[in-house]
Design a protein around this ligand. Structure first.
Ligand code: ATP
Length: 300
């Protein structure tokens, strides 16, 4: 078979489980190949190809699906510094009149370090959550737009365009509304790799359940009647965050079994062991429901 491997960087035998991100193996590999392959090879080799590193990626999709997890994991895998995290509404509201200055500051450390250390500089990752909040006002002039969004986007663009020679910056934008993002930001050279992170399928949900019950499994704090495959089947339309919420709700039912009757939270004296059971999960399923796209018909 002469087909090249799907990706050059994450080998087929890579253990995705170690990342703690469920159900996003192929998305993660693709992001890595598109945006990071060039960063793990020696600069000399990259220069021979005459290409530049990708400076920005956009992760989009419904809330709670693991976008932030991916962004942080990328930083760790590349040994980057702790990423700077900024969020759209915060830029607009918290520092009214100072938004451009805030964007400038975001890039300042990386610029300074690059001046001193050039290609030896560490990678600086900037995570921009809820990016749509700053984009939707640009040029719209409608709805009492303050123009603050415009200037933030312009400032971002000028920073991204200005970092041609800065090889140490990666901007990861995140949004639930890709359609709101100014096209100018999404062009090559800017946030050029776009990856949709959607709700997990059944296999992904099983992985996410496994991740969030790992500790209890290791410590025998879960009854064998808990069948993660069954739960994965029952959690159609749940996001990763909602599955995490479900696990927490299930443990709350387990705790509750060990509370003295007639009290709210007095723990029974003889508690030595605490195990989560299948019916705790079934109870939790009644309480924690997915926010998106579920109709009664679908549930049947
Ligand atoms: P938002 O769009 O609301 O910012 P997000 O996509 O960035 O959401 P995260 O912050 O990454 O979502 O997810 C919230 C929490 O939900 C995570 O810290 C994790 O505990 C859990 N979670 C979400 N997706 C996954 C996943 N694919 N695998 C494992 N855990 C997940």
């Amino acid at each position: 078979d002469s087909k090249p491997p799907v990706n050059a960087i994450i080998r087929p035998d890579f253990q995705f489980e170690t990342l703690g991100i469920g159900g996003l193996d192929s998305e993660f590999s693709t992001i890595f190949r598109r945006a990071f392959a060039s960063r793990v090879f020696p600069r000399g080799l990259i220069n021979k190809l005459g290409i530049q590193h990708v400076k920005g990626i956009l992760l989009y999709g419904p809330p709670g699906t693991g976008k932030t997890l991916i962004a942080r994991q990328i930083g760790q895998m590349l040994n980057a510094r702790e990423p700077k995290i900024i969020n759209g509404p915060e830029v607009l509201n918290k520092y009214v009149g100072q938004s451009e200055e805030n964007i400038r500051k975001l890039f300042a450390d990386a610029e300074k370090e690059y001046k001193q250390r050039g290609d030896e500089s560490e990678l600086h990752i900037i995570i921009f959550d809820e990016l749509d909040a700053v984009c939707k006002q640009r040029g719209s002039g409608a709805g009492g737009g303050t123009g603050v969004g415009d200037s933030v986007v312009n400032q971002l663009l000028s920073k991204l365009d200005g970092v041609d020679q800065l090889n140490n910056i990666l901007l990861i934008g995140m949004t639930n509304r890709k359609d709101m993002i100014d096209d100018a930001l999404l062009r090559p050279g800017r946030l050029e790799v776009h990856m949709e992170i959607s709700l997990p399928d059944e296999k992904g949900r099983a992985q996410i359940l496994k991740i969030h019950t790992q500790k209890m499994t290791e410590n025998h704090a879960i009854e064998p009647d808990v069948d993660l495959q069954e739960l994965a089947h029952l959690t159609k339309n749940y996001s990763g965050a909602e599955i995490f919420g479900l696990v927490k709700a299930a443990t709350s039912f387990a705790f509750n079994r060990h509370v003295e009757p007639g009290t709210l939270a007095t723990v029974k004296k003889d508690v030595v062991d605490l195990k989560v059971r299948r019916d705790d999960f079934l109870n939790a399923l009644e309480e924690v429901k997915p926010a998106f796209g579920v109709s009664e018909e679908e549930l049947e």
